[in-house]
Design a protein around this ligand. Structure first.
Ligand SMILES: O=C(CO)COP(=O)(O)O
Length: 255
């Protein structure tokens, strides 16, 4: 049985005050939840503070990005080993906002996947099509290409103890989530695509959905057989809304 993961991607939001308030709120709301892994990914500068604030709870920490290099003359960057050093568990890579605004290619993202695995951290690989690609019927081709970048360089076993987040770009921050049936169809495609290489790895890889997940639509999304939790943006900035999503994921897998 796969254990769902609900992860909050705070993106470029937060302050010292908010880190303390939000984590304190979450700790109260989710203290009795079991059956769902919980993580948050605040901005880099607050990761250490967040780790301390969450200590003793089952809220895990993740980073929103990582560099492909481990050390040296790379001004402004953060390495996978540094993230490991401060107690991170997950690293989000390939988010569509980084693909778009920072021109990250599939090849660079595959390199990031490799350094994250090498450091003993869990990559959360974001994939998904744009609205134009969706309308052109290219959803599966785009997802396959984004997965293949990692499959080609590292092989299917790299997806063992890794997370994939299917985030259709048109659903991110728009309030227009994919329907549960639409998301399920793509999640099944993703799992089947990995199964062509390694059925065992495909059966256990966590595939999260992301894109306008909120307290109202989460339960129905999680009722789908191949949706293993969510990567949540806006709704992760409010403890009560995020907790509803976490509880929905835990309940779905017990049902
Ligand atoms: O990009 C996302 C998570 O990584 C989704 O963002 P929203 O939940 O705000 O749509």
């Amino acid at each position: 049985m796969r254990h769902p993961l609900v992860m909050g991607n705070w993106k470029l939001n937060g302050s010292r005050h908010m880190v303390n308030e939000l984590i304190d709120g979450l700790r109260k709301e989710v203290s009795s939840v079991d059956g769902c892994d919980i993580a948050i990914a605040p901005p880099f500068i607050y990761l250490d503070q967040a780790k301390h604030q969450a200590s003793g709870s089952h809220i895990m920490l993740g980073a929103q990005n990582v560099d492909i290099n481990l050390s040296g003359a790379f001004t402004g960057e953060t390495s996978a080993n540094m993230l490991k050093d401060i107690g991170m568990k997950y690293v989000i890579i390939g988010h569509s906002e980084r693909r778009t605004y920072h021109k990250e290619s599939d090849e660079v993202i595959a390199e990031k996947f490799a350094v994250v695995k090498e450091a003993g951290l869990i990559p959360v690989l974001c994939i998904g099509e744009t609205e134009a690609e969706n309308e052109a019927g290219q959803t599966e081709a785009v997802c396959a290409k984004q997965l293949d970048a990692v499959l080609k360089t590292m092989g299917a076993p790299a997806f063992g103890n890794s997370v994939i987040a299917y985030e259709p770009v048109w659903a991110i921050g728009t309030g227009k989530s994919a329907t549960p049936a639409q998301a399920q169809a793509v999640h099944k495609f993703i799992r089947d695509h990995i199964a062509k290489h390694d059925a065992k790895v495909a059966a256990q890889v966590i595939i999260q959905y992301g894109g306008s997940v909120n307290a109202s639509n989460a339960a129905e999304l999680f009722s789908q057989p191949d949706i293993d939790g969510a990567l949540v943006g806006g709704a992760s900035l409010k403890a009560d809304a995020f907790a509803v999503i976490v509880k929905a994921a835990a309940a779905a897998k017990k049902a």
